[in-house]
Design a protein around this ligand. Structure first.
Ligand SMILES: [Zn+2]
Length: 296
């Protein structure tokens, strides 16, 4: 069975045994069946199942809440289709296809006609025909011509929106790309199993974060070098458990921000190590609103 835990802070070793048995099974198992497979007491198994059910109910109600919000905020002017270009590829560890699928679904639900491309040559064509460019490409090399073409298209008004390394660890030698996108990833101390909070910066008073609450994530915590010009919408505080950076004390690093590049709008969300992160309703909703914000 395939299910994804939203919050793993309550999971102990015994819970993990129960979850592993359920994940390996084709169907839901009874307490007796789980007891046979794990050797755990019925009381322990019932505790895990109760917590699991609470998590799943919470997940469902948050999902329903944001789906409802989606219909309410749908813009009236959306009678004509907008065009989005998703360019995906690069380092496979970032699940570019999986993330591209999630973003395609989100954009199509918002009446975008989506063009998918798995080659950086897509950045050499006429980009001004699009309302929005969505890069999902980690650790690639962009030609000078392609870099100039994208930056000019955004400066002319085409929006750009993306996440994680797919936008801000995309092209390490392309400084104008970094100038335009507003940050460059430098580290994720603790790897991809760090549990941390994403703090919504309510004082930013942006529609992108309206009605959203702080939420918890277990994934890579992105330490990014950021353009001071960005408008920060959500942040994270770094877990001070390893690395030479801790001698600087606790720091707050942006997770979500917007900025401008010429006439174009830029949106970035540092969540997105793989597509599962968008099972968290807030993470997905931030992308949806970010796409709508950035699109021309
Ligand atoms: Zn990553």
């Amino acid at each position: 069975m395939n299910f994804h835990m939203i919050c793993s802070t309550w999971v102990n070793a015994d819970d993990e045994k129960v979850l592993d048995v359920l994940r390996a099974s084709e169907h839901w198992l009874s307490v007796e069946e789980i007891a046979t497979k794990t050797g755990l007491s019925h009381a322990k198994i019932e505790r895990t199942l109760k917590l699991l059910k609470q998590q799943m109910d919470m997940h469902e109600s948050r999902k329903n809440f944001y789906n409802g919000a989606l219909h309410q905020t749908k813009r009236k002017a959306d009678t004509t289709m907008k065009k989005a270009l998703i360019v995906y590829g690069g380092w496979e560890g970032h699940d570019p296809k999986g993330v591209a699928d999630v973003f395609t679904e989100l954009l199509e639900a918002e009446n975008f006609e989506v063009t998918l491309s798995d080659t950086l040559d897509a950045f050499l064509g006429d980009l001004t025909q699009y309302n929005l460019i969505v890069p999902i490409w980690t650790m690639g090399e962009l030609s000078w011509e392609a870099e100039q073409n994208v930056c000019k298209a955004v400066a002319s008004g085409v929006g750009i929106a993306g996440c994680h390394g797919g936008m801000c660890d995309a092209f390490r030698t392309s400084t104008e790309w970094q100038f335009m996108t507003g940050s460059q990833w430098v580290a994720h101390p603790g790897g991809d199993t760090v549990t941390y909070k994403v703090y919504i910066k309510k004082s930013a008073a942006s529609d992108i974060i309206a009605d959203l609450e702080d939420f918890e994530v277990t994934s890579e915590q992105y330490y990014i070098h950021v353009d001071p010009a960005v408008n920060v919408l959500a942040t994270t505080r770094f877990v001070l458990n390893n690395g030479s950076h801790i001698s600087n004390g606790e720091v707050e690093v942006p997770v979500v921000y917007t900025k401008r590049w010429g006439k174009g709008k830029v949106f970035y969300n540092s969540l997105g190590h793989n597509h599962y992160i968008f099972d968290i309703p807030e993470a997905k909703e931030l992308m949806r609103r970010g796409f709508l914000y950035a699109a021309k």
